[in-house]
Design a protein around this ligand. Structure first.
Ligand code: FAD
Length: 403
């Protein structure tokens, strides 16, 4: 176990009652909440973070740990217009910026987070999918993301482990992965060192806006009331539910996703593998197991139940993996788990301060492992700069309406 997890787990103050007042109260101890706490504390902000379970137990600790820098299947539509292409290019530019943050994150947090940039392969099975791959490649290049298209013998020489009859691949040297079990807790540990008070087993039950009082918000938790000048809703899949208490309707939805892990095999798969037309992410970890996912659904069940696995999702996911990488055929699956994923209807982050409820902030982003630390840093810059001097992108607005 890492120094950070030992440090975090042995910190008994996490279970004490929360302070009765603070400047910033973050609700949610996933990657968005913990990284935001760290960046705010670095600027000297007084922060308390409450988490109704333990840190990093939901999406941030159940995800597949992939950095998604290439445009993915769910972002693409056939026969895209120029404006759709421009929208995708702006998303890729955001991803390029996130890659720069990940480049330096282990140094910044002085920790091994399992960050590897070994590249990502996106496969196409048919000529039609190859067309989509070429369009995708063009948009990525225009946004400054390096990628290469390979077909035929060139593809087979580059990735001899892939099924030889695939129509082609794109290769993005920038893609990679990190260990989701380490990133959030390490941010939390480094934030606690800078004075952030973490309180776990402490859920926000209701929230009120106060008028004419020293503090603007009153948050009632299962461990008493906390008054705060500013609140950040970083509750992941439950962000919308919490915001609705104050009459905000966020453009988001949720979905249960599952991930599989196999027994270890001799290391050979350096790059992550994805599919342009079917749901697949596949990588070999540095302890030699294969992590296989890509967005296959699990069964929706209301909190506090955990979404349960659906066998057809597991078998469907593995069938795509075997089609692409036939040499996995005798590798045993050892575990399947699921997590709850929050997405936005326009796939943009929801980030910033509500115009309708000043002081109320939201931090939510669909590809939150890849982009979470970067958008948290952006929000921290906004919250710590003199009012009005830092602007967040207009399209991330909390109060936007999405058709
Ligand atoms: C199975 C799966 C695979 C994924 N794979 C990838 C991937 O490979 N790459 C990638 O970039 N992204 C991936 N994602 C998405 C990514 O994991 C999430 O976008 C990201 O972790 C969201 O972080 P978060 O902090 O917003 O949410 P969470 O990690 O869910 O944290 C929110 C926290 O808020 C707490 N909370 C909720 N309500 C309250 C309350 N009322 N009071 C107190 N606490 C509360 C919850 O208990 C939870 O701990 C995946 C997601 C899933 C589910």
């Amino acid at each position: 176990m890492s120094e950070f997890l030992v440090g975090y787990l042995s910190n008994q103050s996490n279970h004490e009652d929360p302070p009765r007042e603070c400047d910033v109260l973050i609700i949610g101890g996933g990657l968005l909440g913990t990284s935001l706490a760290y960046y705010l504390a670095k600027e000297g902000t007084d922060v308390t973070l409450i988490e109704r379970e333990e840190i990093n137990r939901e999406a941030s600790g159940t995800n597949a740990g992939s950095f998604h820098f290439q445009i993915a299947l769910h972002q693409l539509t056939p026969n895209m217009t120029n404006s759709e292409k421009e929208r995708l290019a702006s998303e890729v530019r955001l991803q390029v910026d996130a890659a720069k943050l990940w480049d330096n994150l282990e140094q910044e947090l002085d920790a091994d987070l399992g960050v590897h940039f070994d590249g990502g392969i996106m496969v196409a099975e048919t000529e039609e999918e190859m067309g989509v791959l070429r369009d995708k490649d063009e948009i990525e290049k225009s946004a400054g993301l390096e990628s290469h298209i390979l077909t035929g013998d060139e593809m087979r020489a580059f990735a001899p482990y892939l099924a030889p009859d695939l129509a082609g691949i794109s290769f993005c040297p920038r893609e990679g992965h990190a260990n989701p079990l380490l990133v959030g807790p390490t941010y939390a540990y480094r934030a606690a060192e800078r004075g952030v008070r973490f309180r776990t087993d402490c859920g926000a039950e209701s929230i009120e806006v106060l008028t004419g009082e020293k503090h603007r918000f009153k948050v009632t938790t299962n461990k008493g009331v906390i008054k705060a000048n500013r609140v950040v809703n970083a509750a992941g899949a439950w962000t919308g539910e919490l915001a609705a208490q104050l009459g905000l309707k966020l453009p988001m939805g949720l979905s249960g996703l599952h991930v599989n892990v196999t027994e270890p095999r001799e290391y050979f798969l350096k790059s992550m593998v994805q599919h342009i037309g079917r749901r697949l992410t596949l990588k070999q970890t540095h302890n030699n197991t294969f992590i296989i996912g890509g967005g296959w659904p699990s069964r929706p069940e209301p909190y506090p139940k955990r979404y349960s696995n659906i066998w057809n999702s597991t078998s469907g996911n593995l069938a795509v993996a075997l089609r692409v990488l036939p040499m996995l055929k005798d590798v045993k699956l050892i575990r399947t788990w699921s997590g709850v994923w929050a997405y936005t209807l326009d796939f943009k982050p929801i980030l910033g301060e509500s115009e309708r409820i000043p002081g109320y902030h939201v931090a939510m982003v669909p590809t939150g492992f890849t982009l979470g630390p970067m958008v948290a840093q952006m929000l921290s810059e906004y919250m710590t700069a003199p009012k009005g001097s830092v602007k967040l992108p207009e399209e991330f607005r909390v109060d936007r309406e999405v058709a």
